[in-house]
Design a protein around this ligand. Structure first.
Ligand code: SAM
Length: 267
């Protein structure tokens, strides 16, 4: 196995036993014998604890060399399947073929910082497959995940997270918990998947929030001008909000604004 970590794959290995233990404890507090998907197992720092604790274990690792070494290590362990692929491209239906219908999986990952949010957005709507996600992010991304509407950190990522899950920032980790040490602090976040609205409604709400937060210092009436023209009844109904900035509204207010819109026939 190469001794060098690949920067392009965001390889910062969690060698610190104290933090490994905290992660495992958090996951097993949800289910003592879980089905686990690990994203980016790397050299197996977390894998080594999760494999013996799980009923079934899948891992997806993009690094061919590290993936092959793990596949070799666990080749004789029946309940383990290591897949060498890019998680963003993997067909999850095919990967979980051996799952019994209705069984839910816990996804775990000390994610590469550059694709962490993309991986989270892929996972959040999949509440038919996953019950919980336990993921590591750069601290600022973790803080945005749990930021409440009406605060400076709240944005499109926060809306995604809070429309699809109940998220908690569990603990923060300093750079020296990892090897090589990244330049930034990290934080470990749990997500209990529980969509607030139906899939199509969530899609419309996110569309509106994206539009409104593209220019977050502008009044809603200005950033949503095109939508107001398309739906004069909506324009009138929500007149009281047009002088507000998006960051002054709660998520519920943003959602009801989006769900009231009919002009683009997107609902
Ligand atoms: N889990 C290990 C640990 O905690 O020590 C490694 C964590 S390291 C931060 C991220 C891991 O994700 C690396 O092993 C890297 O090769 C892998 N990786 C990067 N991009 C990936 C992708 N798109 N799909 C799957 N794995 C990926």
């Amino acid at each position: 196995m190469s001794v060098y970590a690949k920067k392009s794959l965001g390889q910062n290995f969690l060698n610190n036993a104290h933090y490994q233990e905290k992660i495992i404890k958090a996951i097993l507090s949800v289910n003592e014998k879980p089905l686990i998907l690990e994203i980016g197992p790397g050299r197996g720092a977390i894998t080594q604890h999760l494999v013996p604790a799980s009923e079934k274990f899948w891992a997806v690792e993009k690094d061919k060399e590290l993936g092959a070494a793990l596949a070799e290590k666990y080749s004789a362990v029946d309940h383990v399947k290591i897949c060498i692929d890019d998680f963003l491209k993997v067909d999850l239906g095919k990967l979980f073929e051996t799952r019994s219908p209705g069984q839910k999986i816990i996804a775990v990952g000390n994610l590469p910082y550059n694709v962490g949010s993309q991986i989270l957005i892929k996972l959040l709507p999949l509440n038919d497959l996953f019950s919980h996600l336990f993921l590591m992010f750069q601290k600022e991304v973790a803080e945005r995940c749990v930021a409440k509407a009406g605060t400076r950190d709240f944005g499109v990522l926060s809306a995604w997270v809070q429309l699809y899950s109940k998220a908690s920032l569990l603990f923060k980790l300093p750079p020296n918990a990892f090897s090589p040490a990244p330049k930034v602090d990290s934080a470990f976040v749990s997500f209990e998947l529980a969509p607030r609205y139906q899939a199509e409604q969530n899609r419309v709400i996110i569309e509106l929030i994206k539009k409104a937060f593209q220019t977050r210092r502008k009044m809603l009436g200005t950033s949503l001008k095109a939508w107001r023209k398309l739906d004069p009844a909506w324009d009138q109904e929500f007149e009281g909000l047009w002088k507000k900035r998006p960051e002054e509204l709660s998520l519920e207010q943003l959602a009801s604004l989006a769900l009231g819109y009919g002009g683009g026939k997107s609902k």
